[in-house]
Design a protein around this ligand. Structure first.
Ligand code: PDD
Length: 293
């Protein structure tokens, strides 16, 4: 059976699944997306991803997209038909297909919907056990990083810099030296008192679904969390630095550019939260009500 993708109402073999050259996603990155982890054949935090894409659509005034229930049916079909037990779902919704013009097309133009589901290995256990290295770069993205739009060119360039430096990720900082997040994950540090810090929600970062889960897990574990921005200097002097995200889980960071963090080994907080997150994934996949509609 061929690997299937969903495009605008049809399930097609992935290699034949295509969008129009007039799709606004390709011409203007006028589109939003979600990436959800599938574990044991079920999505992790499906409801959180649906809530965020609904918000992204609203912020960009893209109307007429399929409802959350319809998106769920499509995702479920693809996971089932492609027999994915461990992997990712990708959802992309653009403002639709129309002759190129910067302003929005007529209201009658329907959004374009692409959904794929494919097998992907989980983030490496070995890297997580040893701790990863990151590099840094100035955050040159637009002023609405809270919208999960496909305008990802600065993220792409930041990640490519990491690839070329044989690093796991790139931490982004503002001209004032504040760490916002990383190219495709949220950034955290643990200060000398053992408090976890992460950038507060706002236009500067993506409100990570994993970030929300990890804040809850930390609180449950009795580890204090403060949602406040920290500087790159603070991160370099931190007890621990780590990243979170759908494709990252909880990843301890032991080196930032040339600076080794603390003693160069993953810290207790990151290791505890990673273990709790893995347990959470195993549990949430059995109980996610949004998937069982
Ligand atoms: N990215 N920050 C950015 C800029 C991201 O792109 C992502 C996720 C995150 C983490 O969000 P979440 O925990 O909801 O995955 C933070 C996905 C994985 C991607 O673009 O592939």
């Amino acid at each position: 059976m061929p690997h299937l993708a969903y495009v605008n109402g049809r399930y097609l073999p992935h290699r034949h699944a295509q969008v129009s050259i007039d799709d606004r996603a390709s011409q203007f990155a006028d589109a939003v997306y979600e990436v959800t982890c599938i574990a044991n054949g079920r999505p992790v935090d499906h409801a959180g991803h649906l809530t965020r894409i609904t918000r992204s659509l609203k912020e960009l005034r893209i109307s007429g997209a399929p409802s959350a229930a319809v998106l769920t049916v499509i995702c479920r079909e693809l996971v089932r038909r492609n027999r994915i037990t461990r992997g990712i779902i990708y959802i992309q919704i653009s403002r639709g297909i129309a002759p190129r013009a910067h302003g929005f097309p007529a209201a009658s133009v329907k959004p374009s919907v692409i959904v794929t589901a494919r097998a992907v290995a989980p983030p490496s256990e070995t890297v997580a056990e040893q701790g990863a290295k990151v590099i840094t770069a100035e955050d040159i993205r637009w002023g609405r990083c809270d919208i999960k739009s496909t305008s990802l060119l600065p993220n792409v360039l930041a990640r490519q810099a990491a690839v070329e430096a044989k690093a796991f990720e790139t931490l982004l900082y503002t001209p004032e030296g504040m760490v916002t997040e990383a190219s495709a994950s949220n950034a955290w540090m643990v200060d000398k008192d053992g408090t976890i810090l992460t950038h507060p929600l706002g236009h500067e970062i993506l409100g990570g679904v994993t970030r929300a889960a990890v804040i809850k897990l930390a609180k449950d574990a009795g580890i204090p969390v403060k949602e406040r921005a920290f500087t790159l200097q603070e991160a370099l002097a931190a007890r621990e630095v780590f990243l979170t995200g759908t494709t990252t889980f909880v990843m301890p960071i032991v080196q930032v550019d040339d600076r080794v963090i603390a003693n160069g080994a993953p810290g207790t907080v990151a290791r505890t939260l990673r273990a709790r997150y893995l347990a959470y994934i195993a549990h949430v996949t059995e109980t996610d009500a949004a998937w069982n509609v």
